[in-house]
Design a protein around this ligand. Sequence first.
Ligand code: SAH
Length: 354
Amino acid sequence: MKPLLALTPDELRAAFAAADVPAFRAAQVARWLYAQRVRDFGAMRNLPAPLRDRLAGEWSTRSLLREAVHDAADGTRKLVLGTVDGARIEAVLIPEERRRTLCVSSQVGCSLDCSFCATGRMGLGRNLHADEIVDQALHAAELLAEEGRALTHVVFMGMGEPLLNLRNVVQAIRVLTHPEAFALAPRRITVSTAGVAPKIAELGRALPVRLALSLHAARDELRDVLVPLNRRFPIAELLEACAAFPTPRRERLSFEYTLIAGVNDSLEDARALAALAAKARAKVNLIPLNEHPGTRYRRPGEARMEAFLAALAGLGVTATLRRARGDDIFAACGQLGARADARAAPPSPAHDFR
Ligand code: SAH
């Protein structure tokens, strides 16, 4: 069976044409799938019955199975989705006043092993296929439709490093932005990277999406420890790649900076970060560390985080302190892949792996 969600509606037209199916049938199928969220060919009433049977025998419209949906107190919903080969991935739906953002995974696990991230501890399973990325959005759209809402933004900030799976990520974004599919404007899609410098340019050439860089440290010695990929692509090289990324004038690059107590949260760190942000014309998203059973790092106190934020602002940097979303269901940044039932584990010192 061929995965239909891997194709843009234009590519589906071409595939249908090659199989002597009239081109307008592709538009009809796309409408059922993306506008009505009907996956079952048998229910696509305006297709002739023989065609429905034929398509059902050749094409699959479901690449992931919904295994569970966990609801956090703040409205965040974590979707646990199973792949055909038995892997499990997660996507997180974050409702805000005027947006419904989906945080998608690009890989099963991750190869990068950032020292504070739960996903890195799993190692890399495999890259997700384009249709598996698109299906995360379709599952989210199905949930949202129950409340009469639609998806407005997609961020590649779930499990995995999107730039190490660039081909599938780009193809998925083509479907997400296609007017007959999800029709999301490319600027509503953010690709976040731990810093695969050579692939940043490639992404920039492919699509006008937004770029976020997971910086977390403003000096190489520290970044080498937090984000081991830094040993291959150090900060200066990353900033060069970001400077060449085609960000429109009115928009900014984003730096993600996870605040970790006693590690990267001093005022000196803030000054070094501000210097880099000014140079790169970047805004800074501060993320309070989400603690999880696999890390000995701790979140700084509220006052310390506010002081860090104020220091950046005082130096003229646009910065926000992101409120953790969904941490009670292990859906927050860096918690994907940490077992949801880990909550039941006894508190520290069992939590502490030192
Ligand atoms: N691999 C990509 C996409 C993942 S995005 C990247 O690194 O950008 C997930 C974001 O959450 C990254 O900025 C990551 O560094 C951050 N993160 C990871 N673990 C975290 C944790 N425990 N607390 C807060 N943020 C974390």
